[in-house]
Write a protein that binds this ligand. Structure first.
Ligand code: COA
Length: 277
């Protein structure tokens, strides 16, 4: 159990779980306690029937200022290798949970996003930033390489030249440049950020949830596969999805071909008419 449960919090509204880093005074940097708490809250949220989308945001001026240099690094290392490995397991553990989360996830990057923050940023399926947000791989500024997955994150998301520049200079980039460099999907003025994320979440809430989970997992999995392996994986993944919801796609076909009530190229079928999976 986390010693201080207030370091992260969430509330659920209209199908969206709004999960926050909640150490604004510490710019939401990630201590072992915060990482443990995030793991606990993901457990609470994941299979709630009233949650269709999770948004990860930061309270105050930061999204997350990365790992807590005092509590995650200095104090943990002082306790020895066992404590260091435990802290790594807990941090990487909740990011991994988030990467494969049952529900679609959106990072709402409202402010500072540094170093270790790239772990949960990458874990979220989609990311929308404020134009005013500031991103950096600051590790080089305090004398380490971008660990905790951060190097892998920028190589996965960014063109190689940009990733190299970003990691070697530690320079700040704003939300607009983060979108140009594909670290996030898009950026909007901070004043519009919550409305844009809510609109995006509402788009996802209309979709078939079994298909969404299968799709988000497939995107991450096939990235590392040969074409033939991906082709095979996708056949198996769809067949596995059918075992959870075989009616959705049949309803989707019916409403287009027979009822003529929508066109899949232009919108989504009406799930309220579908027998519950
Ligand atoms: N680890 C530990 N403490 C941190 C922290 C971090 N990553 N980021 C911020 N804090 C603490 C500060 O030490 C300060 O604590 P104090 O009030 O007890 O002195 C408090 O949070 C506020 O930070 P401050 O630096 O005063 O805020 P700011 O708004 O002037 O600057 C940042 C914000 C994010 C630019 C600055 O805090 C910073 O550079 N943080 C480190 C970012 C980083 O390199 N992270 C990578 C880690 S992998």
């Amino acid at each position: 159990m986390a010693d201080d449960p207030t370091v992260a919090k969430y509330h659920v509204e209209n199908g969206i779980a709004w999960l926050s880093f909640n150490r604004p005074d510490k710019r939401n940097c990630m201590s072992p306690n915060l990482n443990r708490r995030m793991g606990e809250l993901l457990d609470e949220i994941e299979f709630r029937d009233d949650v269709g989308v999770l948004v990860l945001k930061g309270e105050g001026a930061a999204w997350s200022a990365g790992m807590d240099l005092k509590e995650y690094f200095r104090e943990t290392e002082a306790k020895g290798l066992g404590a260091t490995r435990q802290a790594q397991r807990e941090a990487y553990g909740w990011w991994r949970r988030l990467r494969w989360f049952q529900k679609p996830t959106i990072a709402m990057v409202n402010g500072w996003c540094f170093g270790g923050g790239y772990g949960p940023l990458y874990s979220c399926d989609l990311a929308i930033a404020a134009d005013e947000a500031q991103f950096a791989l600051s590790e080089i500024n305090w004398g380490i390489l971008p660990g905790g997955g951060a190097t892998k994150v920028v190589v996965d998301l960014m063109p190689l030249r940009d990733a190299m520049y970003h990691a070697m200079t530690g320079e700040l980039i704003d939300g607009k440049k983060a979108a140009d460099w594909r670290l996030v999907n898009e950026s909007v003025p901070l004043a519009d950020l919550e409305a844009r994320v809510t609109a995006l979440a509402n788009v996802l809430l209309q979709k078939n949830p079994v298909a969404l989970k299968a799709t988000k997992d497939a995107i991450r999995r096939v990235k590392e596969m040969s074409y033939d392996n991906a082709e095979d994986y996708l056949v198996r993944a769809q067949e596995a999805a059918n075992s959870y919801d075989n009616d959705g796609r049949k309803e989707g076909i019916k409403q287009f071909i027979d009822d003529k009530t929508y066109k899949p190229g232009l919108g989504v079928y009406d799930r309220s008419k579908q027998i519950k999976a």
